[in-house]
Design a protein around this ligand. Structure first.
Ligand code: SAM
Length: 322
């Protein structure tokens, strides 16, 4: 297997973290979903899905939800996939070449000069790209790796907050080693640099016997192109809707809230003959698993998160109308 493509961990003996263990992502991710962790914990319990064999994040980004569920022992193994080669490289190194990445972070020269060097050329090898990803993520405004997002503290470094203010080496290294330990225990089933459609196909071909849950967190409906190096236009959002409507395995989708997304899933569902009456109001009895069962809003720091899932039960605390 080519190292720049996919990587699977060996089946080392499992050793679980304690139920309250915390594992925070080393990446500060725009749209990172750490706030949704309590929702997932309740969702898994309510649907009798924990412990789950496999949790799949086809839009991994910072992988906040996977890391927490793994550390808490609520899922056995996770698959992390992201189309962005820098993000993929980061996960590959963090999981399978942890000490290399640790050494690179320990030796990092956290300066504006290094920031410019890496923005101009993140490197060619996986090792270089992983380091560039983590460095730029922790030194750029809001963790954004691209576009006009500048270094923390600005180009003149006149702000009270300088470029290194979020580069806590010891803490980053600690988190990297926690991830390395999970991978060494065989709990990172795979890290992939693949498009969401390829990831789903691969999982359904290779892991269809696993008790699994997909968590799709695609690029934002609005402004996604400002935040991610790999963003989505309307056709990609539509293609994703079609994929999900036809996916029988359990899945959860989260989006920045827009009525057009609900409309898209409603029309896609009826076009595919999956849900004649469209989205079912929260609290309604369960239909078939392939129907869209719930669509609910989850308030998050003033922003509204849209969650759509084909699971039959959604914890009531999180339902805020449809
Ligand atoms: C909203 S972010 C995910 C954030 C993540 N849930 C977290 O908690 O940090 C979306 C991610 O999808 C990735 N992406 C964009 N297009 C993709 C595609 N077609 N297939 C897979 N990943 C893609 C982006 O690189 C970005 O990392």
């Amino acid at each position: 297997m080519h190292p720049d493509n996919n990587q699977q961990a060996s089946g080392a003996p499992r050793r679980h973290f304690s139920a309250n263990a915390e594992l925070r992502s080393p990446l500060r991710y725009p749209g990172g979903k750490r706030q949704l962790v309590p929702f997932f914990v309740d969702l898994l319990k309510l649907n009798d899905q924990s412990p789950l064999d496999l949790f799949i994040e086809p839009f991994a980004g910072g992988g906040a939800v996977s890391l927490h569920l793994l550390a808490a022992g609520l899922v056995e193994r996770a698959v992390l996939a992201d189309l962005d080669p820098l993000v993929y490289a980061f996960w590959h190194q963090a999981c399978f070449k942890t000490e290399q990445l640790v050494a690179d972070i320990a030796a990092a020269d956290v300066t504006l000069k290094e920031w410019h060097r890496l923005r101009a050329n993140p490197g060619k090898t996986i090792r270089e790209k992983a380091y560039a990803c983590l460095f730029l993520n922790r030194t750029s405004y809001s963790g954004i790796l691209q576009g006009r997002a500048g270094p923390i503290g600005g180009q003149k470094q006149q702000s009270k907050y300088k470029i290194d203010c979020r580069f806590y080496k010891d803490e980053i290294i600690h988190r990297l080693r926690q991830i390395g330990q999970l991978a060494a225990e065989g709990r990172i089933a795979a890290v992939r640099r693949t498009d969401v459609h390829t990831t789903v196909r691969w999982i359904e071909e290779n892991h269809s016997q696993s008790r699994r849950l997909y968590y799709f967190d695609p690029p934002f409906w609005e402004k996604g192109e400002r935040l991610y190096r790999k963003a989505f236009g309307r056709p990609q959002h539509e293609r994703l809707a079609k994929l999900l409507i036809n996916l029988e395995a359990p899945w959860v989708l989260s989006y920045d809230y827009h009525d057009e997304i609900i409309e898209l899933y409603r029309t896609s569902a009826s076009a595919e003959g999956q849900a004649s009456s469209g989205l079912v109001p929260a609290g309604a009895p369960r239909l078939h698993t392939t129907d869209l069962v719930y669509c609910n809003r989850h308030e998050r720091r003033g922003a509204t998160e849209l969650i759509i899932t084909n699971l039959s039960n959604v914890p009531h605390d999180y339902i805020n109308g449809t």
